[in-house]
Design a protein around this ligand. Structure first.
Ligand code: FAD
Length: 401
């Protein structure tokens, strides 16, 4: 919306949709829950009784506690009103110099969309405290290729830098100061360093809280038998590590929403855990990833891994317009199971290809299984079967064992 690709209307469904489905939609904040009387109090004073309740209160953007965070011109992006404020500020202030704090997918996507919307107009700097951009999606070798591309396209990438202060003049933002003492000028600063589950209501109710959100079992039931919870506000289990993991993405939220509804209707389907598959389009490149990166597997989980990175292409070489794409597969060495995949590509197909990798991880597939993985092939819509990167990466890993 900020970059002109979507509007507030195109981003939302009409309220009529709920009425048509026989759902009573109330627009108010739930401020209190009395679990004895089974009553929810709303911000307008109304009280709504319930038999069963689903808490799906989402998450909020994290704003680091640093000087200058309240200055005019410092923004976070969560919902449509934030996007409207950002767009208004960009237009009213004729913003040219933009600093993004954080180098995750929200910062990168916003920065690239704005840059592409007015080429050669904005002066954009991304500052990330980790060594490379998209640290939860890409390992270093692919992140470096991506960063080089973004720099070529005109973005300034300051990785492994910490913002210590947001600087201001007359109440408005004027730049940021890094831990090194370096200052970067800015007319506007967007902070995007992660999201934290909204837990106020859950804590008031006395629900058990896990590491990243409301604690739920595999049926999305909380510690209160009449309350379920789903989406960004709940603690999730990582499918590979079986440990608590943040999973603040649309895929898990949608599936958990459906699963909670099914549970209320009497089904016993379990939530399998998250792989946090995600995709992001940055200028003409698409990045997609699922499961663990090799760095997460080794450094955080202490797993021994085998991996391979394969350069391939979107179509047969004989067809014009083939585009390069690169796949990295990460396997756990002792089980030989696939635990992660990354794709960096100039075509958009990888968003679906990463879903193939997710399915293979959920299916517990191993290196040898994937050496016989056969894909549909057509000269104009796939790489040659002989260059199909999933099977080739598996072949290479087999050689490394
Ligand atoms: C800028 C941005 C881009 C994103 N892009 C992607 C993407 O490309 N792919 C992807 O997978 N994910 C993306 N996400 C994440 C995705 O939007 C979330 O994971 C998803 O919306 C979570 O759904 P949810 O229903 O759990 O929470 P939300 O969508 O946040 O919904 C929670 C709702 O509860 C309301 N609420 C909170 N407290 C109360 C209360 N006390 N009373 C009443 N209502 C309350 C909130 O106002 C909100 O409407 C993005 C997030 C952001 C911020």
């Amino acid at each position: 919306m900020v970059a002109g690709l979507a509007t507030a209307d195109s981003m939302t469904n009409p309220d009529q949709m709920f009425a048509n489905a026989g759902i009573n939609l109330i627009k108010a904040r739930a401020t209190q829950v009395d679990t004895n009387k089974k009553m929810v109090t709303l911000s307008d004073g109304r009280e709504i009784p319930y038999d069963k309740m689903l808490l799906a209160v989402g998450a909020s953007q994290v704003v680091p506690v640093i000087e200058g965070r309240d200055l005019h011109g410092v923004f976070t992006l969560r919902a449509v009103p934030d996007a409207e404020k950002i767009r208004g500020f960009l237009e009213d202030r004729k913003v040219k110099k933009l600093v993004f704090i954080g180098a995750g997918f929200i910062s990168l996507e916003m920065a690239t969309l704005l840059s592409a919307s007015r080429p050669d107009y904005y002066d954009i700097t991304l500052i990330g405290r980790r060594a490379h951009a998209l640290p939860f999606m890409l390992d270093t070798e692919l992140a470096v290729r991506l960063e080089e591309y973004l720099v070529e396209k005109g973005l300034e990438m300051k990785m492994a830098h910490e913002v210590m202060k947001i600087l201001g003049q007359d109440g408005s933002v004027s730049g940021v100061e890094l831990a090194t003492g370096e200052r970067v000028d800015a007319d506007m600063v967007v902070v995007s360093v992660g999201a934290r589950a909204n837990l106020e209501l859950a804590k008031d109710i006395g629900l058990e809280i896990g590491r990243f959100g409301i604690k739920v079992n595999r049926f999305l039931e909380t510690s209160n038998p009449d309350i379920l919870a789903a989406g960004d506000c709940v603690d999730k289990e990582h499918f590979v590590t079986k440990k608590a993991a943040p999973g603040q993405l649309r895929g898990p939220a949608v599936i958990q929403g459906r699963l909670a509804a099914k549970r209320l209707a009497g089904y016993g389907i379990e939530f399998p855990g998250v792989l946090n598959a995600s995709a992001v389009k940055l200028f003409d490149k698409t990045v997609a990833a699922t499961g663990l990166t090799e760095a997460q597997a080794q450094d955080v989980e202490g797993l021994e891994t085998v991996s391979a990175t394969v350069d391939s292409r979107s179509k047969h070489g004989m067809i014009q317009g083939t585009k390069p794409w690169t796949v990295k597969l990460v396997f756990q060495k002792d089980t030989q199971r696939l635990i992660g995949g990354q794709i960096l590509s100039d075509s958009q197909a990888p968003a679906k290809e990463i879903d193939t990798l997710s399915a293979l991880i959920f299916g517990g597939k191993t290196i040898t299984d994937l050496t016989t993985f056969m894909c549909a092939g057509h000269p104009d819509c796939s790489s040659e079967p002989s260059l199909e990167p999933i099977a080739i990466a598996a072949e290479q890993c087999l050689q490394k064992l």
